[in-house]
Ligand binder design. Sequence first.
Ligand code: AOF
Ligand code: ZN
Length: 341
Amino acid sequence: MSYDKINNAMRRALELALLGPAHGVNPQVGTVILNAEGEIIAEGWHKGAGTPHAEVDALSKLSEVPRGATAVVTLEPCNHTGRTGPCAQALIAAGIGTVIYAADDPGDASAGGAATLRAAGIEVVSGVMREQAEEQARVWLTANRRKRPFVTLKWATSIDGRAAAEDRTSKWISGPESRADAHRRRSEADAIMVGTGTVIADDPELTARKPDGSLYEHQPLRVVVGERELEPTYRVFNSDAQTIQLRTHSLHGILEALWQEGIKHVFVEGGPTLASHFARLGLVDEFIIYQAPMLLGGSRLAIGDVGVSNIADAKHIEFAETYMLGNDIFIRARANKKAGN
Ligand code: AOF
Ligand code: ZN
């Protein structure tokens, strides 16, 4: 089959993957099935934990699989019986001739699907459009490699890096497009985290809201970190979403506990004390930064001491995306280290 047909099929599978939920314990996975001529005869994607995997969803659309069919999958088919049965076995039973996938499954129990398929005489090709697939599934892949939630650190500041004016007022620094973008990103996370200082200073709701003010269907868990006692009248304790306060001092411990609860992606929203701790410990996987066209000057920084006193110790990051968002600048940056370190 031509590279063009294979790449187009994988591109479609990556698109299909995005139809599934970004939040939750399971990955976004897409599958297309091609006949021997390379035409798409079925499409499938994963709709969340407990529902059929993408491969099985695609197979279910066919009353019979023609000879010489190829399954094109964004993730290595699983080899384990979890909430659903192993996809490697389903592909073998369906009589699929070739399996092409993009990213290897990092799971301890679920990996090994490629070997199982090969042992059954199926031709297996891995790594097709791997870079795109790894980028798209970076949250799930990184979390599973590190065995802790993926950490996004988000802030919105003036172009000179201030998160508030000297009197602590901060409404509104970034524009409506940036705020809508931030809410959408919240809606794709499993948890939103802030320090007690931010609750006291700003009384934020920490829900994921659409531009019209209505709540997204999925509301991440609100996690407040810190020792200080908080009155139950703060808005973070309203009934729009669940909230927990964690008093432990160790961020590693907190991430470990959240991982055990099935939290795969934590969106850290400040304030500067919490942001600095995460950065100092090297626990940030991705930065989401909105910079507004204004100068505020003064002392209200988005992030403080990150343990750098000499330029040689600077914590380097890598810009993955930068563009104008309304009148603001949007930056997505990744920590400049490879997963697994
Ligand atoms: C998915 N969807 O389309 C594929 C997955 O316990 P389960 O049955 O929910 O299985 C989840 C694991 O299966 C997941 O961690 C990943 O390793 C593998 N593949 N998972 O949710 C899919 N193909
Ligand atoms: Zn599976």
